[in-house]
Ligand binder design. Sequence first.
Ligand code: C2E
Ligand code: MG
Ligand code: MG
Ligand code: MG
Length: 281
Amino acid sequence: LLIVCWILLFVLCSVIYALRIYYRESLRHCVKRAIRQSAIDVHFQPIVPINGRGKYAMEALIRWHSPYHGNVSPPFIVEMSEKLGLIDELTWMVIRKVGFFYRAYPKQLSGISISVNVDRHSLLKQEFAGTLAHILTEYPELKGRLALEVTETSVLNAIDLPVMVSRFEHIKALGVGLSVDDFGTGYAGLDFLRRFPYDTLKLDQVFIGSLQDDQFTRQILTSMTKLAKELNMELVAEGVEREDQLEAVRALGVDRVQGYYFCRPLPEQDVIVWLEQNMIQ
Ligand code: C2E
Ligand code: MG
Ligand code: MG
Ligand code: MG
């Protein structure tokens, strides 16, 4: 009986293992098809000037509902795309959709810049700026309004910093903005900020959560804010969910705020309605 039990257990484990592989494979296949068919949605989350007046911006965030796998998280889609060699296609797809969005709502979106997250694997490619320039001629409405978000850690971990700096300068020369995303998680120093031509620093949301009750966090954020100001960068706080957090980042001197407190990421038409109802110009 014991042997039979062992065999059964073994068969069961093998079946589960095979199913998991099958699930992952089918997910890969679906991600691939979704990117190829531009079937991944892009939602937009407003970035609000803290004093109500001033420049509004938005961040483009991918959303994908698979008929077989349900909602698939953005980081997972990004990871899959990297493994499938489709990460560039994903980036270009999102940027084109942003261009299309500007084209569809020229009046409502005039003066609003939109940022797109870019994976470091894409940035490191030599042809990155060239392709970007090509898309800007395809969608001239992106000029002066598109910004790219690059995480702090992805730049810190880059092997060839001078190459990265020249890539960034090339991108800036095209009139495209650059933001440091998830700032504070990678412990970048002054040198990092001085060498790269960034316009915006986005404080990671992990800090916002502990800003009020942790004096150490407050001290770090205060010196980061000073640094950003000295280097003429805009400071954005990510992940502000409550009024008290808004007040805390206001005290810090943040310029703009992004978070559920104001608005969740929304589909195109809904975010247009949000802007019409909430934007003070
Ligand atoms: P991220 O760039 O740091 O984006 C901010 C994330 O915080 C988004 O998660 C957003 O929905 C979420 N968020 C905004 N406000 C709040 C808040 O008040 N509270 C909380 N708890 N969360 C808030 P999302 O959309 O799930 O995206 C996760 C990450 O996936 C992004 O982090 C980004 O790194 C990556 N990602 C999303 N879209 C793209 C894309 O098109 N390309 C690439 N390469 N990465 C993307
Ligand atoms: Mg981002
Ligand atoms: Mg972030
Ligand atoms: Mg993040």
